[in-house]
Design a protein around this ligand. Sequence first.
Ligand code: BGC
Length: 892
Amino acid sequence: MAEYFASRSPEISRREKAHMEAVRALAGECMVLLENNGALPLGAPGGEDIHKLALYGNGARHTVKGGTGSGDVNSRMVVTIEEGLKNAGFTITTERWLDNYDSCYADAQKAYLEQVMEIAEEKKVPPFLVTFEMPFREPQIPAVTPEDVNSSDTDTAIYVIARNSGEGADRKEAEGDYLLSASELAALAALGQAYKKCIVVLNVGGVVDAAPLKEIPGISAVLLAGQSGNIGGDAVADALTGKTIPSGKLTDTWAAKYGDYPSSAGFSGNDGDVDDEYYTEGIYVGYRYFDTFGVKPLYCFGYGLSYTQFSMETLEVAADAHSVRAQVKVTNTGSRFAGREVVQIYVSAPAGGGLEKPLQELRGFGKTSLLEPGESQLLTISFPTASMASYSEARAAWVLEAGTYYIRVGNSSRNTHIAAAVCLDEDAVTVQLKNLFRAEEPLQELSAEGAAAWTYDGEAQEKEAAPKIYLHGADIETETVTYRESEPVWRDKGTVTAWTMDDVRSGKASLEEFTAQLTVRELAEICVGSARGGQGTDTVIGSASALVPGAAGDTTSLLLEDRNVKNMILADGPAGLRLNPHFATTADGRLLVSGDTISGIPMGEDPERTADAVDYYQYCTAIPVATLLAQSWDMELIEKAGRIVGREMEEFHVTLWLAPGMNIHRNPLCGRNFEYYSEDPLLTGMCAAADTKGVQSRPGIGTTIKHFAANSQEDNRMFSNAHISERALREIYLKGFEITVKTSQPMSIMSSYNLLNGTHTANHYDLLTSAARDEWGFAGLVMTDWFTSQDPSFMFGAAVHKYPISSSPLCIKAGNDLQMPGCQKNVDDIVEAVEHPEKAGEEALTLGELQACAARILNVIARSSCYEGSAPYGEQFGELPWIGRCEREEKS
Ligand code: BGC
């Protein structure tokens, strides 16, 4: 009989309570205070000052905890902002308006479900797959009429603007999405007049057009609350009342208008073409563009206010061939509130040596502890000198060009001062490698030649006065990468014993000896994973039954009996662990359809359910979405969030978390930006590494960093071809992955759906093997995104696409070890490609290539929590390299 790991009790557990409390405490710190004229924090509830609130907006009672699709987490409940404010002791005076919106919402949801069912019927695909491409959109918001305004009851109105999005569809520059709708604008104009204080809360996963909020008279404060998980409403109430002090900073540039983003004209379907995406802005993504080209943002990268003020003084900058270090003293100069400040260090590299350079790039950062009024703290922020290098395609190398590197210290990208000038006498190659990603056709990339970069009064004098530090290029070490040539074939040496995984784990047999004993079909089975029941595809023979319902898949259990190869269970994230919160089985353990919903689609009650059915519960915590976590700029906080997830993975027997997502926010309309961290690769890489360290602090479990790489668009995501220059790829789109791999060794990487310069990333040898393994030293396994190498008609219907799907044998050739969830055809195709290479053409495989993939999966399984007594995965690597450090001294 199958063994389930879920709880038999529907009662809220101690773990659930503790995790919700922990999330509540950290979420407030991630929120960004965009505007405040003193209206925030709100007076203590129940005090004379304020105890009633007028609450409006689509996110007030229908608060979005996170996005849709696989990034959604099925939590027990969601605390809405209305509930959070009530829990904090406020009375809400606008029930009538909120009830009115409820009925609009219910009607819209009904109409949406009908439409989904109709399309599913027409395309002959499962309804929940339709929801991926066509997520539910919030309905038109009812107007705020004079009857809805009761400013005699309270002088404070809060308007919550919510937006939702998810995988499979990009957002649009349209009202009610990127743009505020006419009814939202009209309501805000009326509330700004009617109430003394009008506070806007943005319950959004990414950028919206916030420019009108600066213009509407009477708006007193704007809080970017983001989407903070199932305890969200309480966390927002805490931040509004000052119980937690928002200390987040933007991880993206918020433009004055959408057209200001350099990728806006061609992004996704904006130019009518979703097949080919030309990254013509090159390295000029986010603030790298706005600063270099002197475009004024609405809110710059790194920006965020606090309830208090800080002063910042750079005491010293030191540099040598290995690292740059800045010592910065931060003081809370306010008199009423505590707060935390983020010190950000940007570097302007010299542009005269042949390579264009962005005006400045984030190279280091650190956050203070909570400082009471008058308290100071000394931070020492360090980063490797080599991290200031740029990629030269001409030299196939990372190069520090000779010249002056200005070190800028401040609390946002546009509020810094030059603290030092590091002068390098000659070029230094930091890493010598091969070009791997030549674009198929030369890209006409944006050039900064002649552009008027952003500057500020006094910058020129600061440059002159900056203390100079002299470095010799000759002292800087060059690392030269060696690339593997081919995978050797491992031959069985005629051992009589059939090795098991226990022999591998105890050291009796090497992984090589074990793998050499496996047949081609067994090896192929290991490389093709399965989906758990009800995902619309045939599962691979021998896969385990659905022991963790709601998990996204598992590896094969075909070799369980003979060789004790256990199957790892894989479940989504990134905003927590995505499992079915409730399921039921027959008395003898057979899984029943549980009557729950998938993506809002009712699954119906199983007709076989009888009175002796057994109910199980898997309530997981929805943590803040990735962008919100990143806004904390606090790597310890993100590690803590990773530990929360890790603890739940252990409880429900999940080995690999399909998270964190870490694609670059190239354009604000990417439908999955909320699942990713930032427009900046350093911040992205450090966040994903912190998350990985948190999860992997637990024995035998790990993360899967995704989607590798350049998955910046959701429309047509399986067939879109990203055309990117080698330099932009390496400096922007791969850099975060490189940092995470080198500094945290995640157990796994997930390739993306898209093509990269004409090759599916799933089939891209140079991406998955030459870059990730040979250049960065990745030691774990690579897997595909879901159904990557299968006939996709069961998802999309019989549509015609410009580019074909990726190839299953070519995944193996590329070093994409595990095809998820895979199907029998994948196994057969791989076997054929090894056994009959003469017939397979370019898909021909050697036994060595297949063995290498299987061995990497087996290596992870052997070290995993599938076996008793496993160690934290990272322990095998000893001390890993670092990229950014912040040491905090005692407060004074
Ligand atoms: C998503 C992945 C996810 C996988 C499994 C895919 O549709 O792109 O991010 O991990 O499904 O649910």
